[in-house]
Design a protein around this ligand. Structure first.
Ligand code: NOJ
Length: 574
């Protein structure tokens, strides 16, 4: 009897304990935070608005458009790097982290921009390039000057009289080789990106301290967040062991999440993030779901969120596996359902335009599919990141001549293909669709010269369709992609269920329709998205026909259960 009572007591205790853990976990998943409620608008400063006629967008240009940004219903912006830079990789090669790039303006302009944003209730996330600096940064100049320089260990050097270091793949190098020989000290230095972007040595505590000081410098100015560029590559096995043949075809598992990455993030959190109310997001989410979860688990005190590439990488070339796309987003959602948080995005300055990749850029479907994609981004769980221009449905420029391209990584790869007998026609076809310059053409403000972007010659050509795809035209049209986008941000901001609500994928084997529920505190939304150019029927075992339509991209949304091409409808179910 005693034994039975005792077991019941143990059982009860474990149930209670388990319940209290569940409720704690559930609470964590819906813990309210401003950065979970953010709709982030990414601005590529070089292409947004030029204020002084030099053909390059700048900070004063952005300042002149603050009311437009506010009107979008976004509440946070992420700026690509604006620090001093020789611009080998458009600012991702920083030569002075405490100064503003000359092309973009001055620190006084920056202060004005930040003030203007804050006056409008908009937060600012800055891009921090911490895996590498420019080779023109003072640290690197000192580092390469002599083997005994106090800055030598700020970077990864390999003395040439030793055996040659094991091969490391470089993403942007013209020979794909990440070791560059430097004759001044007869040694190689490491650069995962271009030869003008040497990797910083994060094992050196002095480097880490310098970086944290820089991060604090900007936080003290009042910025609201950090986007950590390529940070998963910062920690490396510095014995540089050999990797198996062909590793470069899928190099990330060998390069990402090195042995000390979590230690660095914890230290960064303690030294910087914990001292301010800032949002933190890393580019890349590691090699697997566990990595991603560990990076953003609030109890581990590292980051708030990371963005993963699996889903958007599916559409590198035309045509992609839609079922996989839905599965991938659903899997990512489930990983963070109770703890941690994710970011939702389909495009950035590193990808071609969203409508070409996931929608349909033909005149017939461009507007409809752009609206459908905005609906997707703004009704998923996770913080949405919207890339500038996508709110207008801007499209790929698809340049035909290599001389029209500006992206250093594309130009270097072109050279590589030439040097190694690659198929140049095939290469040109590929970049026409996927080159990141497609997403970097000037913002299309109106139908005047250079789309109202600049009075000078733009650093990269304006997309020729600016005459009919531009902001001014869309302001006048209530049914425009732009005005639809505003409705979608408004719906999200007014409905916590669309931010915090549980996500449930429905009809998962449907090859055309993405259907899901979002539920929170008694409110329930059903989202139906036809990702195809034909009619499609979702197979749902629920009666929603009489439910209230709260957002739709057709003036008369379908009511017979069959969705028109690229149709999107959001129903409120109760
Ligand atoms: C990722 C950035 O998004 C990309 O634009 C840049 O070229 C690389 N990191 C290197 O910094």
């Amino acid at each position: 009897m005693k034994i039975i009572l005792c077991s019941i007591a143990i059982l009860l205790a474990s149930i209670l304990n388990c319940n209290s853990q569940t409720s704690l976990v559930a609470k964590k998943g819906t813990d309210k935070k401003w950065w979970k409620e953010a709709v982030v608008y990414q601005i590529y400063p070089r292409s947004f608005k030029d204020s002084d006629g030099d053909g390059i967008g700048d900070l004063r240009g952005i300042i002149s458009k603050l009311d437009y940004i506010k009107s979008l219903g976004v509440n946070t912006i992420w700026l690509n790097p604006i620090y001093s830079s020789p611009n080998d990789d458009n600012g991702y090669d920083v030569s002075d982290y405490r100064n503003i790039m000359k092309d973009f303006g001055t620190m006084a302009d920056f202060d004005l921009l930040l003030k203007g944003l804050h006056e409008r209730g908009i937060k600012l996330v800055m891009d921090f390039v911490l895996n590498h600096s420019s080779d023109e940064h003072e640290w690197f100049k000192q580092s390469k000057s002599s083997r005994t320089s106090p800055y030598r260990n700020y970077y990864h050097w390999w003395d040439a009289e030793r055996v040659k270091p094991n091969y490391r793949y470089s993403l942007f190098d013209v020979n794909h080789d990440a070791w560059k020989y430097d004759s001044v000290t007869n040694a190689y230095y490491l650069h995962y990106f271009s030869k003008k972007q040497p990797d910083l040595n994060w094992e050196n505590p002095k480097v880490r301290k310098e970086i944290y000081d820089i991060m604090k410098f900007w936080a003290d100015k009042g910025i609201d967040g950090y986007r950590l560029d390529a940070f998963q590559f910062a920690s490396k096995d510095t014995s540089f062991p050999a990797f198996p043949t062909g590793f470069e075809n899928n190099f990330v598992p060998y390069y990402a999440m090195g042995p000390h990455l979590h230690d660095y993030l914890k230290e960064m959190n303690q030294e910087v993030f914990s001292k301010y109310d800032v949002m933190t997001v890393a580019e890349g989410a590691g090699n697997n779901y566990q990595d991603a979860h560990d990076l953003v688990d609030a109890d581990r005190n590292e980051l708030n969120m990371a963005y993963a590439f699996d889903a958007i990488d599916l559409a590198k070339m035309e045509g992609y596996d839609f079922i996989k796309f839905k599965e991938t987003f659903s899997k990512w959602d489930s990983v963070f359902a109770n703890k941690g948080w994710l970011s939702i995005f389909l495009a950035s300055h590193d990808q071609a335009r969203i409508v070409n990749r996931f929608g349909n850029a033909s005149p017939e479907f461009r507007e409809l599919s752009s609206k459908m994609l905005s609906t997707f981004l703004l009704t998923m769980r996770g913080t949405p990141f919207i890339y500038n221009g996508d709110e207008l449905g801007m499209t790929n420029a698809g340049f035909e001549k290599i001389t029209d391209y500006r992206d250093m990584s594309t130009l270097n790869e072109y050279q590589y293909q030439l040097n190694h007998g690659g198929d140049i026609n095939q290469f040109m076809k590929r970049i026409q669709f996927e080159c990141r310059d497609n997403g970097r053409t000037p913002f299309q403000w109106d139908d005047s010269k250079n789309a109202g972007f600049s009075t000078g010659t733009p650093w990269i050509q304006v997309n020729t369709n600016f005459k009919y795809i531009n902001r001014a035209e869309q302001e006048m049209n209530q049914q425009s992609v732009l005005n639809y986008f505003r409705k979608a941000t408004d719906l999200r901001q007014k409905n916590p269920a669309l931010i915090y609500g549980k996500y449930t994928l429905l009809d998962k084997s449907n090859h055309d329709v993405y259907a899901y529920l979002r539920e929170f505190e008694g409110k329930k939304f059903l989202v139906l998205l036809n990702f195809s150019s034909h009619q499609a029927k979702p197979n749902l075992k629920m009666n929603f026909a009489r439910s209230k339509v709260v957002l739709a991209n057709y003036p008369n949304p379908s009511s017979n259960g069959v969705l028109a091409p690229y149709e999107s409808i959001v129903y409120q179910l109760n």
